[in-house]
Design a protein around this ligand. Structure first.
Ligand code: NZQ
Ligand code: ZN
Length: 388
């Protein structure tokens, strides 16, 4: 392990079929004015809304509802939430939904008492809140982002066509997250597999960096193997509890800061994928799926040893009699086959990207230096063309 780091994750997790039974004891720790944040209505269809409202009433909480948080939550929606939270003197935010609802709630928690424009301060200047942060708790309904146990809060500025992820500090992490794998059964297949790939991408973004021997890489190989195994079961039988619960747990550990320790981390698939999202409003996990294989083929030679290790340790490629490059390539081929089996979108053109958008998507993608190759804008354009 190289480098210096600190590790602290303040989020308390309640996991399993009975996880929701812990909600009332958690709520006792916070004030009476609760902002209940949710999305487009899935929680009303699957009964979670009624369950949560009953618990909130039993705890004598005063509830203000903020619904309609869209996938890829927007800055305008954030402004709307700030106004509502201020008017109702909110003490605590309860986020019930997927990554979008949870991310949104974190951005809101930092923005309610912020006297400056939150976009300028948190997303453009990347500053941390120096104001009071409203505490949040989550009830997770979709698996993939890891938002239930991290500080990430991705917001889309539709006017400027920018989708930016701010990673807030521990004071913005959820105080608690309630995770019942059964709640995820009602996800449409498209969203379910997009979430599975989001998990894989989070792990790979951290795995494909550095060349030293790091325990995190061994942990990530284990997470990847378990994910591949369980996801192939879950696509066939979405109600396989064992598979869905494993995936939910992997998802949290893929992006709760643990496996990033001692790693410089890449994140270029996310940077390019996010801008594909900003231009098309496509589902996050699918933007990553459509970008990944061409990106990894492009940088493979720059991180050849790691790609070889990935092929052997994760995809069981037999290296005998093969060059390093052949082994590495076989690993990526196996990954591509697996992605097709899941039913992921493999082309950005299928997500709404047209030729005339490519230059702008490339120009607006942030270039990060932590991976095996620091890309140029021209190279991003080349990769995007491969993704069509
Ligand atoms: O809005 P509702 O009606 O709830 O429907 C949602 C939404 O349409 C639906 N859904 C969620 N749970 C369901 C359900 N439908 C039926 N049954 C359930 N149990 O699924 C759809 C997608 O939900 P969403 O929250 O948008 O998906 P996801 O969890 O993938 O979150 C995506 C957002 O998270 C950001 C992405 O960029 C995107 O904006 N990310 C956040 C990260 C973080 N916090 O660290 C990292 C990620 O890389 C990612 O960037
Ligand atoms: Zn992601």
């Amino acid at each position: 392990m190289l480098g210096n780091f600190s590790y602290c994750n303040p989020t308390k997790l309640y996991f399993g079929e009975d996880a929701i039974s812990n909600l009332s004891s958690e709520l006792k720790n916070y004030g009476e004015n609760i902002l209940l944040v949710y999305g487009g209505g899935s929680i009303k269809k699957n009964g979670i809304y009624d369950q949560v409202i009953t618990i909130l009433k039993d705890c004598s909480k005063k509830v203000t509802e903020l619904s309609g948080v869209m996938s890829n939550p927007t800055l305008d929606k954030l402004y709307e939430g700030v106004k509502l939270a201020r008017e109702n003197n909110i003490d605590f935010i309860l986020a019930v939904g997927g990554g979008s609802v949870v991310d949104y709630s974190k951005a809101l928690s930092a923005s309610v008492h912020c006297n400056e424009d939150p976009w300028e301060k948190f997303y453009l200047r990347m500053e941390d809140p120096d104001n009071k942060v409203v505490p949040i708790g989550t009830i997770l309904t979709m698996v993939g982002t890891g938002s239930e146990m991290n500080g990430g809060a991705v917001i889309t500025n539709t006017k400027d066509k920018l989708k930016i992820g701010k990673v807030f500090g521990e004071n913005v992490f959820p105080k608690f997250s309630i995770m019942n794998p059964k709640v995820t059964y009602t996800l449409p297949k498209y969203q379910m597999v997009a979430g599975f790939f989001d998990i894989m991408s989070h792990i790979l973004e951290q795995y494909f960096s550095n060349t030293d021997d790091n325990t995190s890489d061994y942990v990530m190989e284990g997470l990847l193997k378990s994910l591949i195994h369980s996801s192939l079961i879950a696509v066939k039988n979405p109600e396989d509890y064992e598979a869905r619960s494993n995936i939910m747990w992997i998802s949290t550990w893929a992006l709760n800061t643990f496996v990033a320790k001692g790693k410089s981390t890449d994140w270029m698939v996310h940077m390019i994928g996010q801008q594909v999202g900003a231009y098309t409003n496509a589902t996050h996990g699918m933007t990553l799926a459509a970008v990944s294989i061409p990106y990894y083929r492009f940088i493979m030679k720059d991180g050849l040893n790691k790609f070889k290790r990935y092929a052997i340790n994760v995809w069981n490629v037999n290296p005998e009699g093969k060059t390093d490059e052949e082994v590495a390539k076989e690993g990526l081929d196996a990954m591509e086959e697996y992605m097709k089996k899941l039913g992921l979108v493999m082309k950005i053109s299928e997500l709404g990207v047209t030729e005339d958008m490519i230059t702008d998507i490339a120009k607006s993608s942030f270039i990060l230096p932590g991976g095996y190759r620091v890309l140029t804008t021209k190279e991003i354009e080349t990769i995007l063309k491969e993704c069509m």
